[in-house]
Design a protein around this ligand. Structure first.
Ligand SMILES: *Cc1c(COP(=O)(O)O)cnc(C)c1O
Length: 961
């Protein structure tokens, strides 16, 4: 570090000060408010001494923001940017700059949370509805969800859906041999614990004989072959089996849709709609189904309902059938998805419109046709006559030579068992095509070959004849000015972290620092295909190795897998590791998974996915796990005990004293301890799960380690394990993790070996700039902030759970249920009234129905905490007015919340309170008012009248009447 930078105040210490909200003076005042002598004294009251980590966290010397960017540039230089024509589900694409800057690089979009509060999420809900409409149109199916984690997990989810709906009772499923290899591998991982057999073959010849419940067919195939799959689909239908097509969205602009071909389900990736490959992700996967299957569709679905004035309003549909309610009966554990990437893909379609997309597809197809002519001339006829953008050729003995020449041209080809694959994309130029010809041994001119290549190579029977993207939204934003304003209009409707604190318990909505966000869009990180030769990704691998080491130091575990793309996917991977471990010891019968009743819904859902049987453990009145019940159940199931899944600090926001004892009990009966690490923000630098008895955890990098929530994804859920579980971490058929073998016992859980690799840069830079001391300080202040809120709110809304010393961990639950008796106020009323005060509601009804769970994180300043507490206290006063009989709850501003411009402009105002009481409650600014664009959204209406794609514009007019 130069002296010059130091004098500019850009030091590592200054980043820690910027990441952490409260100043030194604030900390003093807050300690006083919580009656603690010092931060150390507060922590001593909060964490049991028995689990405190002995040695301070030493992660090396932290860097300043300037130094961190220089360091990242150094890593970036170690990645080599080749032109990747590997295909296999990943394509080069051009992200329009206006979308990159105004969505991907815009905190108004990337810092938003999952749209559980629809009134403050209308902008991103509209963008997601556009995504669903685009998917429905292109696939020709009726209902689409708002994204899954990647194409391979979408295929596994579709197989599970087919298993539930098939009329065939067989436990076998057919997979096209021309499917992407990573898709097949992830499906094998999913099928094996559930006892489903996978039959791999040629759908046009092998399907008739197969007794299968359904089939996954790739369209066009991974090799590039474009086959008419109608006979295969008819054969499946004749049996009563389900047909799933994994379809390429760009190809679908030119070829017949899965729906037209008769498919029941379509899945795939939306990556090539403007989302950089990022060495594996993040990207949005899609799933669309026939109407009859819509209520089983996994993941989140955006629907249209009406608000309190009968105007149309967007919301998440069918929320009650989500995994949080179904728990161990759940069929999918999907929680965090890929919202930001789905938004980008939808905007790519809004930007280009149907004509633009078709033109891109025609260009890519034309280049591929010219490439094919040239290759034929050189003696390498493509293996399939019909193709869209990808060719496979048998290179025979010349294979190695061709690959070497391509490498010299800085081109990566797809390398199959016997063939070479060349996948073109939007970025392919005539120069690229000529370079490929040179690699195949000939010097040809693109212009000349182009002139002699005939038009119209797509088979007549497979041409698309149906229109798509007919909705006006895909036509009205062709100029950049219109596009810019459309994105701005939508983001203005939403409340994200760039406007106000989002106090969602269990979600850890902390600062996503700008410096952390910058490198991921640099070409050296953004444009790498996940299956490039490892030496082209040396910068990435250096980053992975260091990040894994740091995460081991932080958690006390011995090994990390960076593969899982969400917390829930990490749970699934961790339970697979436990399962693999038991099996390796001849104890495959261990299938019982103990889960406390307070657990997050993804826990039992993940256990069900790996074929475990969930036994629920009771909780005590104070929220702690009932250790006696746990002991009794562990004893009862001693022979078959696989694991316990426990969250620490508890979902109730308290460090339970019994955690070591719980681990010992489970180990004593031969079980493993899965510790849900979603709440690691309360532990970093203070205690380590690997030290106090846990065997495996997932770490939500999108909570504790600063990856922004993106409005509901992306995320990353790496898992840490103790050494005995390391051999059972997820493997991958492509880049192999050094910790795993080629014949690894556990297959992949994600399409890419390192999950959404590009966003690992965010967590890496965060740790790099905080250092061990800074991270510990962040944890301490997160705990102080939570205790400060608890102390301020307790007199008004009692804090439900505290430890014996009266402390909470990094979050607290406040309990308004008694007020329902005295005033009729509901937790919903409080949540919606907070919108009028300019806040996002805390977590509602988890883990305790009817309560609010508040997590401030270390990043919120005392001023913002006070603003929030003042709003809550003012709301309590409004409730007191109802209690005192000023008006009934139905007539109160609480029930009418949130208030909108329609209220303030109401010529016929007949409410029992004034318009300004409704719209500008105590302490809110008239200048900086956040206006909810819609009134309270009617959930029941929306589920009864399920509309999940853009309705015709006339419907809007009707509903508004
Ligand atoms: C957030 C969370 C999860 C799930 O994480 P996702 O990334 O959304 O899948 C699991 N457990 C707990 C306690 C959580 O808070």
């Amino acid at each position: 570090m130069t002296a010059h930078r130091k004098t500019n105040g850009d030091t590592a210490a200054s980043f820690v000060r910027r990441h952490i909200g409260p100043s030194a003076r604030d900390v003093t005042a807050m300690l006083e408010a919580v009656s603690a002598k010092s931060v150390d004294a507060l922590i001593a009251d909060t964490l049991p001494a028995s689990i405190r980590q002995a040695a301070p966290l030493d992660l090396g010397k932290p860097l300043s923001e300037t130094e961190a960017i220089a360091h990242m540039a150094e890593l970036a230089r170690q990645n080599q940017v080749f032109t990747s024509l590997i295909g296999q589900g990943y394509s080069g694409t051009i992200l329009p700059a206006v979308i990159q800057r105004n969505i991907l690089e815009n905190p108004a979009w990337y810092t938003a949370y999952t749209p559980y509060q629809p009134e403050i999420s209308q902008g991103r809900l509209e963008a997601l509805l556009n995504f669903q409409t685009m998917i429905c149109d292109l696939t020709g199916l009726d209902v689409a969800n708002a994204s899954l984690l990647d194409e391979a997990t979408a295929a596994a989810e579709a197989m599970a859906l087919a298993e539930r709906h098939s009329q065939v009772k067989a436990q076998a499923f057919f997979v096209d041999k021309d499917v992407h290899p990573q898709t097949l591998a992830v499906m094998r991982t999913r099928a094996e614990p559930l006892g489903w057999e996978l039959i791999v073959g040629d759908p046009l010849t092998d399907l008739d004989k197969a007794d299968v419940l359904g089939a996954l067919l790739q369209y066009p195939g991974s090799s590039g072959a474009l086959r008419d799959l109608r006979p295969a689909i008819s054969a499946l239908k004749a049996k009563g089996a389900l047909a799933i097509l994994a379809a390429d969205l760009l190809a679908l602009t030119l070829i017949a849709s899965p729906g037209e071909l008769g498919a029941d389900i379509a899945i795939g990736s939306a990556q090539r709609f403007g989302v950089p490959m990022g060495y594996g992700g993040p990207h949005a996967a899609y799933m669309a189904v026939r109407d009859a299957l819509k209520r089983s569709l996994p993941g989140r679905i955006v629907g249209v309902s009406v608000d309190s004035r009968g105007a149309p309003a967007y919301r998440l549909a069918l929320q009650t059938r989500e995994q949080h309610i179904r728990r161990e009966k759940a069929t999918s554990n999907i929680c965090t998805a890929q919202v930001l990437l789905a938004v980008i893909a939808s905007m790519y379609a809004v930007y280009h419109g149907p004509e633009g997309l078709s033109q891109i597809a025609r260009n890519v197809h034309r280049r591929a046709a010219v490439l094919a002519s040239g290759l034929r001339k050189l003696g390498f006829a493509p293996q399939s006559e019909a193709f869209f953008d990808t060719l496979s050729v048998d290179a025979g003995a010349k294979r190695a030579e061709i690959v070497a020449r391509a490498t010299a041209e800085k081109i990566n080809l797809g390398i199959g068992d016997t063939s070479l694959r060349i996948a073109l994309d939007e970025t392919t130029t005539p120069a690229t095509v000529e370079a490929v010809w040179r690699a195949f041994g000939g010097t040809l001119s693109y212009a000349e070959i182009d002139a002699t290549t005939r038009e119209a190579l797509l088979p007549e029977a497979l041409k698309r004849t149906t229109p798509f993207l007919t909705h006006p939204v895909f036509h009205a934003h062709r100029s950049e000015t219109e596009m810019l304003r459309y994105m701005r209009k939508l983001s203005d409707r939403d409340l994200a972290l760039d406007r106000a604190m989002i106090p969602l318990g269990s979600c850890t909505m902390k600062l996503n620092a700008t410096t952390e966000m910058m490198p991921l869009t640099w070409p050296e990180f953004a444009t790498l295909h996940p299956f490039v030769p490892r030496e082209q990704a040396s910068g990435y691998h250096a980053l992975f190795a260091r990040l894994e080491k740091w995460l081991c130091d932080i958690t006390g575990y011995d090994a990390i897998s960076l593969q899982p793309n969400s917390g829930a996917q990490g749970e699934y991977a961790g339970l697979l590791a436990i399962r693999g471990y038991h099996a390796s010891r001849g104890e495959s019968h261990r299938k019982i998974c103990l889960i406390p009743s307070s657990a997050h819904g993804t826990n039992p859902a993940s256990a069900a996915m790996v074929g475990m049987d969930v036994v629920v453990v009771a909780c005590e009145k104070n929220g702690d796990v009932d250790v006696n019940d746990l002991r009794a159940k562990a004893e009862k199931h001693s022979n078959d005990l696989a694991a316990v899944m426990i969250t620490y600090p508890s979902t109730h926001g308290v460090f339970e004293e019994h955690i070591r004892e719980i681990c010992d009990i489970v180990h004593g009966h031969g079980g493993q301890v899965y510790l849900d690490g979603a709440n690691l923000n309360a532990q970093v630098g203070l205690s380590r799960p690997g030290d106090y008895g846990a065997d495996v955890s997932h770490l939500n990098l999108h909570k504790t380690f600063c990856i922004p929530h993106g409005g509901g994804g992306p995320g990353m859920g790496p898992i840490g394990v103790r050494a005995h579980l390391a051999p059972f971490l997820p493997s991958h058929p492509e880049n192999r993790h050094p910790a795993t073998q080629a014949d690894a016992p556990v297959g992949p859980v994600s399409a890419a070996p390192f999950g959404s690799a590009s966003i690992l840069t965010i967590s890496y830079i965060y740790i790099l700039m905080m250092g061990g001391e800074g991270l510990k300080r962040a944890t301490e202040i997160a705990i102080l902030n939570a205790n400060y809120i608890a102390a301020r709110l307790d007199p008004h809304f009692p804090v439900l759970y505290k430890n014996a010393k009266g402390r909470v961990a990094h979050e607290c639950i406040v309990d308004p249920r008694p007020l329902k008796v005295t005033s009729g106020v509901t937790v919903d009323d409080i949540a919606k009234r907070l919108i009028d005060y300019g806040f996002h509601a805390p977590t509602m009804s988890f883990p305790v129905p009817g309560t609010l769970m508040i997590e401030p994180t270390e990043s919120e300043s005392k001023a913002e905490l006070d603003r929030f507490c003042d709003a809550m206290i003012a709301i309590r006063k409004e409730i007191a007015e109802v209690e005192a009989g000023r008006f009934k709850i139905e007539a109160s501003p609480l029930r009418h919340a949130p208030h909108t411009v329609h209220d303030i402009a109401d010529d016929d105002w007949k409410r029992a309170y004034t318009r300004s009481e409704g719209c500008f409650p105590a302490g809110t600014s008239r200048t900086d008012k956040y206006w909810s664009p819609v009134g309270r959204v009617d959930n029941v209406y929306g589920d009864r009248n399920l509309v999940c794609s853009c309705p015709p514009v006339s419907d809007y007019a009707q509903a508004a009447e």
